[in-house]
Write a protein that binds this ligand. Sequence first.
Ligand code: ADP
Ligand code: MG
Length: 639
Amino acid sequence: MNSSTADIPGSAEEIHRFDTEVEQLLGLMINALYSNREIFLRELISNASDALDKLRFEALTDEQLKGLDADPRIAIKVDAENHRLEIEDNGIGMSREEVIDNLGTIARSGTARFLEQLSGDRKADAKLIGQFGVGFYSAFIVAERVTVETRRAGLPADQGVRWRSDGKGEYTLEAIERPAQGTRIMLELSEDHHDLADPGRVRGIVQHYSNHVSFPIRMRGDTDDDGDAQALNDTQALWTRPKTEISDEEYREFYQGISGDFRDPATWAHHRVEGAQSYSMLLYVPGQAPFDLAWNRDDRRGLKLYIQRVFIMDAAEQLVPRYLRFIRGVVDSADLPLNISREILQDNPLLARIRAAVIKRSLDMIEKLATDGGEAWQTFQREFGNILKEGVIDSGEHRERVAGLLRFASSTQSEEHAVSFADYLERAGEKPEAIWYLTAESLAQAKASPHLEAFDEAGVEVLLLTDPIDAWLVGHLSEFKDVPLKSAASGEFGGDNASDDADDATRALCGRIKKLLGERVGNVTPSKRLRASASCITGEEGGMNLQMRRMLRQAGQPVPETKPDLEINPSHALVTRLADTEDEVLAAELAHLLLDQALLIEGGELADPAGFVARVNRLLAGDSTSGPASDDQTSLESS
Ligand code: ADP
Ligand code: MG
């Protein structure tokens, strides 16, 4: 495919400016990836491979393109003398418009967010950029000038385009004659990188990064045709080979090829199913999460659907539920119709069965990681544990199975993500009343919670739920293995709502405090469970606890007005002081203090922190009878 190109008579170079985002990315990337420079070849080959996939896919349905995909290939030419490298494919190519869109802007939506995350620390940034996949622009890591010549398959030969740039803010466009469809990328290496124009180097890089690209990659000399040359890569689709013949190293390389992640996967599963329906799948659990996994709920990278070896599309959406969006791999069906569209896929019964199998195998893999334990499992928990929780919230289907994979901190265990519901039940003995949990903003806050006092004394374990998503999680999971989940803050433990057997004096005291606090509280009740603490907030069971309210507020959602219930410790000195005083101003100060401190411990914010501080100061200074008293509106600003 010697692409003789010629300028179209009368056509002139036009100068265009890059999008600012491109400029930013270029500047950052060239420095950050200097020591990782070899990835440019992986990126360009991966684009060539994508272009061949696209042509093949479009040729399935587009008469005009039929046959153009007959001999797909990627050719690399090394010109040591002039320090040049060329990568050429006969794939789908680009029209002029597409060149401008694809090589002048960054279309990907996450880019701005990504750029914000860069720290300026070269090593850390290089890692992030590597994960992000810098794509085409990585050519500028090694090249001082890049020329792209391309023609979209199906357009006439005179609709070729030449794009040139030195990566410094501008690029030029020019119409050219290009008989061959597809794209040729020519790099003029900068002086630091002249050593890359070496056939041995290039072969090594291709075999390292691109061995599992499914089209032949051949090296081309100056004159000879590449038609017969041996491919540098192993083009037989890995998943079609028998498991026993594939080494772990090959599995890992394949993962890196499809995921763009240069780290090793945590584990993988390779299955071939023959029968009424035949398909293969090769699934991976990554070692680490991509940087945007948590907020990018629509991440659809890396789970690829093939039909009879032909790449059809990235189809994670069709193949896995959201909470498994981190799974990477390929699924190859022998039975789905080749000319399938995304819409048809949506409710295809064959695909539904494959999807069920992918979910099952994915959960199997994760359960195996759990059983094996150790560092890999801990890493998994850290990286993906929270995503998995979405499975309890989103899907009824595998709720209990997914719930079984979750791990939490616990009031009786030292490690942070160590305890499963099953562990809890095992330790709790026969038929426990509940799986007790406490939601808090941090482990430290949870451990200091007054709600734990009675549990600790009774030797009852409490799971400490400290991730923001946990408040939702427990809202969706009411029981595990028929044992109800209950909040330790609900006031239910040990039937310890003491109102019923409280003496008259205590009941009167509660009534007095409620009156003093007015609109700020719901119920005020005596507590049996508080030991060291004077008061606590109760009643989040079934309702919305404080963290949940805060999350809603941060998300700009309306937060229902509710009043906190207050539980007081009748034997605490602060409470007895209140009980004993006849000074109503002092009593009001103390009552507000009991409520404010309970809110603070819960991680709540006070609507009037200044009022709180003033009150504490008045009490400490002993002049609380003279200051303004109960009229201030330190209300529960639904923290
Ligand atoms: P990505 O591959 O993740 O989309 P890239 O920066 O690598 O991002 O490429 C940007 C776009 O440029 C591609 O999506 C594709 O549309 C286009 N492109 C790049 N290289 C080629 C090529 N060899 N043939 C056709 N299109 C290409
Ligand atoms: Mg790319």
